[in-house]
Design a protein around this ligand. Structure first.
Ligand code: HEC
Length: 138
C-alpha cells in the first residue's frame, strides 16, 4: 500500500511537471521575437531627450509659442496645438509632429524651426517608431 502511494505521488508530480513546463516556454517566446523585430521605443528614455535636444525650449508655455503646442510633458504632447492633435497613435504619416519635421510641412515652417543642420534620419525614425507602437507613456 505504501509503495502504491509513493508511485502515485511520483506519477502525479510528473504529470504536473509536464503540464507546466511547456506553458512557461510558450510565455517566453513572443517577448523574444518582439524584441528581435523592432526594439520598443520608450517615451521617458528616448523621446524626452529628443524633445529636449531639438524642440525645447521653444515648445514650452513660458515661450508663449503661437503653435500652443507644449512638448515638455507627455500630456502637453498628447493635447496637441493650434492645428489639433500633434500625433495620432499608430499613424506617424498622419501626425503633425512628423509632417512638421518634413521640409515642406502643410502649414508654417519646417521643424525644428531655424535649424542649421538636417534633422537626423535615425532620430526621425525613432520618433516614427514610437508613434507606430502607440505613442505610450512608457
Ligand atoms: C526655434 C523654436 C522652435 C523649435 C526649436 C521647434 N519649434 Fe515647432 N514651432 C515653433 C513655432 C514658432 C511654431 C508655430 C509656427 C509654425 O507652425 O510654423 C511651431 C509649430 C509646431 C507645430 C505645429 C503645432 C500646431 O498645432 O500648430 C508642431 C507639430 C511642431 N512645431 C513640432 C516641433 C517639433 C517636433 C520640434 C522638435 C523636433 C519643434 N517643433 C522645434 C517653434 C519651434
Amino acid at each position: 500500500m505504501k509503495k502504491f502511494i509513493i508511485t502515485s505521488i511520483v506519477h502525479l508530480s510528473f504529470i504536473f511537471l509536464m503540464a507546466f513546463v511547456p506553458q512557461t516556454k510558450q510565455e517566453k517566446k513572443p517577448v523574444d521575437t518582439g524584441k528581435g523585430k523592432t526594439a520598443q521605443v520608450s517615451y521617458k528614455k528616448d523621446i524626452v531627450p529628443l524633445m529636449k535636444k531639438y524642440c525645447l525650449p521653444c515648445h514650452t508655455e513660458d515661450m508663449m509659442n503661437p503653435s500652443e503646442l507644449y512638448l515638455d510633458t507627455y500630456d502637453g504632447l498628447m493635447s496637441g496645438g493650434k492645428h489639433g492633435k500633434a500625433l495620432i497613435a499608430g499613424k506617424p504619416d498622419s501626425s503633425n509632429l512628423i509632417k512638421k519635421i518634413n521640409l515642406k510641412p502643410p502649414f508654417g515652417d519646417p521643424m525644428p524651426m531655424k535649424r542649421k543642420t538636417a534633422f537626423p534620419a535615425d532620430t526621425l525614425k525613432m520618433l516614427r517608431t514610437w508613434i507606430e507602437q502607440g505613442a505610450k507613456n512608457n
